[in-house]
Design a protein around this ligand. Structure first.
Ligand SMILES: Nc1ncnc2c1ncn2[C@@H]1O[C@H](COP(=O)(O)OP(=O)(O)OP(=O)(O)O)[C@@H](O)[C@H]1O
Ligand SMILES: [Mg+2]
Length: 265
């Protein structure tokens, strides 16, 4: 069954757009899935800028009567619905769910990039089947991200897990076990702050396309693999016993996601 997956946090700049885009591209490139990426950040959309899409029709038009089909563009093997930075007519964001439901049969996955605005997030979560929370490993961002978890719980939309992004200085940051203990939500992926993302942004090319050997591309590929229910290959270093205890604190928990795939398909 096709799922609508959204990447959310109430915190701005945490990596929602980056990870929604990279996961969409990885599902297509590495797992041959048909993916629709929708920019559901109604007030400050970025997907069009990330992909250099300069098209006229957007999600805002689709929410006010234009056929969604006419707002879909192709980029890096995925279908994309950008949103408009300049739209002035009133929209009803709660129509998003109905709009996307009709397209579920055409795609393996529909992925939503989202707004950090609390009120804007409500219709997005209402349209989603499953939520991925995005946080960086610091107190402020985690607490702010968990506010989004609260909306999901109120709406009874399942939270798949947390993706920890922009890991910079593990000595001064939460480890993954601490994040799981505080949130009581499994951590599905850990992504370091990587300087190559600046090149990805400036060349308007996802890192998954720009450099498939980059650590971010590799981790996104593992996350995508779990989203598809595929088994994970463990690296040799993960099998090294002396480091097992240290690694345990930074261990991701993708098995949960894999099992979830089989439960819902
Ligand atoms: N792992 C990373 N390493 C380095 N830079 C990153 C990483 N993830 C994201 N970035 C950069 O951080 C910036 C913000 O990322 P992004 O736009 O994805 O955040 P966002 O949560 O979508 O922001 P907003 O709330 O404004 O929509 C971008 O410049 C992006 O390239
Ligand atoms: Mg964004």
């Amino acid at each position: 069954m096709t799922n609508i997956l959204s990447f959310v946090s109430i915190k701005g700049g945490v990596g929602k757009t980056t990870l929604a885009l990279e996961t969409a591209v990885s599902l297509s490139k590495n797992f041959d899935k048909k993916v629709l990426l929708v920019d559901a950040n109604f007030s400050a959309p970025n997907i069009g800028l990330y992909l250099d899409l300069t098209n006229d029709l957007t999600l805002h038009d689709a929410l006010t009567g234009t056929l969604l089909h006419n707002t879909i563009y192709e980029a890096h093997g995925i279908d994309v619905v950008p949103a408009s930075l300049y739209y002035h007519k009133e929209i009803d964001p709660f129509k998003l769910k109905q709009l996307l439901e009709k397209y579920k049969t055409r795609y393996d996955f529909i992925i939503l990039d989202t707004s950090p605005n609390y009120e804007e997030l409500k219709p997005i979560i209402a349209a989603s089947d499953k939520i991925f929370l995005i946080t960086s490993p610091d107190y402020v961002t985690l607490q702010t991200t968990l506010k989004a978890a609260k909306i999901a719980k109120q709406q009874q939309t399942p939270i798949q897990g947390i993706i920890v992004n922009k890991i910079r200085s593990p000595k001064h940051e939460y480890n993954l076990k601490e994040i799981e203990d505080i949130s009581e939500i499994p951590v599905l992926a850990k992504i370091h702050d990587h300087k190559k993302m600046a090149k990805s942004l400036s060349t308007k090319t996802p890192i998954t396309i720009l450099d498939e050997t980059n650590t971010i591309s590799k981790e996104i590929e593992k996350l995508s693999s779990a989203i598809c229910g595929s088994p994970e290959k463990n690296g040799w270093f993960q099998k090294l016993l002396p480091f097992k205890k240290i690694l345990q604190k930074q261990k991701v928990n993708r098995e949960f996601l894999r099992q979830e795939f089989y439960r819902s398909s």
